[in-house]
Design a protein around this ligand. Structure first.
Ligand code: PHE
Length: 372
């Protein structure tokens, strides 16, 4: 057996015996590294006569190829074995009974948001979203609430420190003070600035105000509605709200009262009350608030989008009109599902959730019953 064959036999044997990736690497260095056996053999080729080289050359090159291939094959085998061990260790026992898993359910706020999306999708509304960290311009100024406007004080805004002023996303014309949005109305601005009318959207999401008691939490949820088209008037607004509330409360005897109000971004503005009666300590929505035993409850803010807001978004208010409304999702959930303390919504108590929560698979649909 020639030297070369002897080297090959030994190396191939050692490689097959290599127990781990470190051993493979050590063998590679000893054979093919700078001071390796095969490297040394390759170097001898330079000092050979042409005849010698013709005889030995192919043999040495074949040795290098064989050893390289053996190293790669052993490495692949070791990798596969390591993966098998890892997979075995991370295996999930699919035979575990579902009962042993923690029980989760859909939070009423998520459920109500899904219900609203379903109801409004049926009326041709798309769902729009915007960031919770908003700039001053979109949250206030563009909505016709300038710096000195008293409505700013009413919003109990959480501002970010002044150093965070001027984010890249800040809207036009302001220093870009950043804040936690106090309502979902900035999504109106974002939508009108990025989309051609006609527009029909709802914008659900979290909003923040520095306020906390049994009926106020610093974070709560709103759904904004916005329609922009030609020839839109208050009648469209009233019909939309009535249709929405009948579908949401799943009853036909919903009676609304539009009360003149004021929002800087709508003109005229109306607060919308819904008739209800008290039954076993619970508010049941339905009926006329002026009838015996009934009362009115304020439910949402609304109005015709102010011409200035439409112009602030670069649209011509002579051509485009619209209406907007904003409603508290948490409040809608409390009313429909009979919860009395808003704070429980955010306690993360599983007992509360298993009492009021919804099955993950019972998705609200108009045909199957919104809350079924
Ligand atoms: N953004 C108002 C609020 O948070 C609600 C509203 C929205 C009123 C749209 C009118 C139109 O109080």
């Amino acid at each position: 057996m020639s030297d070369i064959q002897a080297i090959q036999t030994r190396l191939v044997g050692d490689i097959a015996d290599a127990a781990d990736l470190d051993a493979i690497e050590a063998l590679r260095v000893s054979a093919l590294g700078k001071a390796g056996t095969i490297t040394a053999l390759l170097k001898t080729l330079g000092g050979m006569t042409p005849d010698e080289r013709q005889a030995k050359g192919p043999e040495i090159h074949a040795l290098r190829e064989t050893v390289t291939a053996a190293l790669a094959a052993r490495k692949a085998a070791l990798d596969a074995a390591a993966l098998d061990i890892k997979l075995a260790a991370e295996a999930i026992d699919m035979s575990l009974p579902a009962d042993a898993a923690p029980r989760g359910s859909v939070h009423p706020v998520s459920q109500v948001m899904d219900e609203l999306a379903e109801i409004f999708a049926d009326m041709g509304f798309a769902v729009a979203t915007g960031p919770e960290i908003e700039d001053d311009w979109r949250n206030f100024t563009a909505l016709n609430i300038p710096e000195t406007h008293p409505a700013r004080a009413m919003h109990d805004t959480f501002y970010f420190p002044d150093q965070m002023r001027g984010g890249a996303d800040a809207g036009p014309g302001e220093g870009g003070r950043m804040l936690l949005r106090t309502h979902t109305s900035p999504v109106q601005i974002r939508t009108m600035m990025s989309q051609e009318p006609p527009i029909r959207i709802i914008a659900p999401g979290r909003v923040y105000r520095s306020d906390s008691d049994a009926t106020h939490t610093p974070m709560f949820h709103q759904v904004e509605g916005l329609v922009i088209d030609r020839g839109i008037h208050m009648g469209h607004l009233k019909w939309t709200l009535e249709t929405f509330l009948k579908a949401y409360f799943e009853r036909d005897d919903i009676v609304l009262r539009l009360r003149p109000s004021y929002f800087p971004f709508t003109e005229p503005s109306a607060e919308v009350d819904v008739g209800y009666k008290q039954e076993k300590g619970r508010r049941i929505v339905g009926g006329n608030g002026d009838d015996d035993g009934h009362a009115w409850m304020e439910l949402l803010g609304s109005g015709m989008v102010n011409r200035r807001v439409i112009a602030n978004c670069g649209l011509d208010p002579d051509e485009w009109q619209g209406f907007a409304f904003g409603v508290g999702v948490d409040r809608l959930a409390m009313l429909k599902y009979g919860m009395d303390d808003l704070r429980a919504f955010f306690d993360g108590d599983l007992r509360w959730l298993s009492h009021y929560g919804f099955g993950a698979l019972s998705v609200p649909t108009l045909s199957g019953g919104i809350s079924a």
